[in-house]
Design a protein around this ligand. Structure first.
Ligand code: SF4
Length: 213
């Protein structure tokens, strides 16, 4: 049986998306083909232990919540991730997937809420955006821009308008923690009357930049 390389499994509050604040089990898979300038999970690029899907389900069974987020790294970099997503849904979990947007989201179980990043120029990974993914996005999914500066904001605003992203799904604009003043981003969004949701990474406000939250 194929194994997954798992960097960490932990229980915390969801810090992002429309599930923000909900007690959630996080399964962080090892590895990522990208190297975003602001990456806060470089520790997940290589380190991890091998788990079968049954072992993963067993490891999370001690938690009472049914909310599970699969994150990384880039979870879709491991082919077994697709099976994990399906098995979690079959086991009655409410499943969300955080993906960087460079790998196709086709064939992902339709019960999964996908949080799809679109990488801005400031990330250094704009060239890896797989724009075809936008044709596969479902109304219950979410599209996320991590904004590093005003230039990124303008770029994201133009992409939002050009691709009519808010007609496809909820759009999230999130400032890079500690890099850009959240107040500036909030004011740009309000001034331009953009139909997006502003978010700050809640877990970092509560616990700071530490692993396992
Ligand atoms: S896609 Fe995510 S995990 Fe990969 S480098 Fe970018 S921020 Fe880090």
């Amino acid at each position: 049986m194929q194994k997954l390389k798992v960097n960490e499994i932990f229980y915390s509050l969801q810090g992002e998306s429309s599930y923000i604040g909900l007690p959630t089990i996080f399964i962080r898979l090892t590895g990522c083909p990208m190297r975003c300038s602001y990456c806060d999970t470089a520790y997940a690029f290589n380190a991890g232990d091998n788990f079968t899907i049954d072992e993963t389900l067993d490891a999370i069974s001690k938690y009472k919540t049914k909310n599970v987020t699969i994150t990384g790294g880039e979870p879709l970099a491991q082919k077994e991730c697709w099976n994990l997503l399906k098995c979690l849904c079959d086991s009655g979990y409410t499943v969300s997937l955080e993906t960087g947007g460079a790998i196709s989201i086709s064939k992902i179980d339709k019960r999964v809420k996908i949080i799809l990043d679109i990488k801005t120029p400031g990330s250094g990974e704009e060239k890896n955006n797989l724009w075809e993914n936008l044709e596969l996005i479902k109304p219950k999914d979410e599209i996320k821009f991590v904004i590093t500066d005003k230039k990124d904001y303008v770029w994201a605003k133009n992409a939002l308008i050009k691709e009519k992203l808010n007609e496809k799904a909820l759009v999230l604009f999130s400032p890079v923690y500690g890099d850009i003043n959240p107040k500036d981003l909030a004011e740009w969004i309000l001034k331009d009357q953009l139909p997006v949701r502003f978010q700050i990474q809640l877990h970092k406000i509560i616990w700071g930049e530490v692993e396992g939250v």
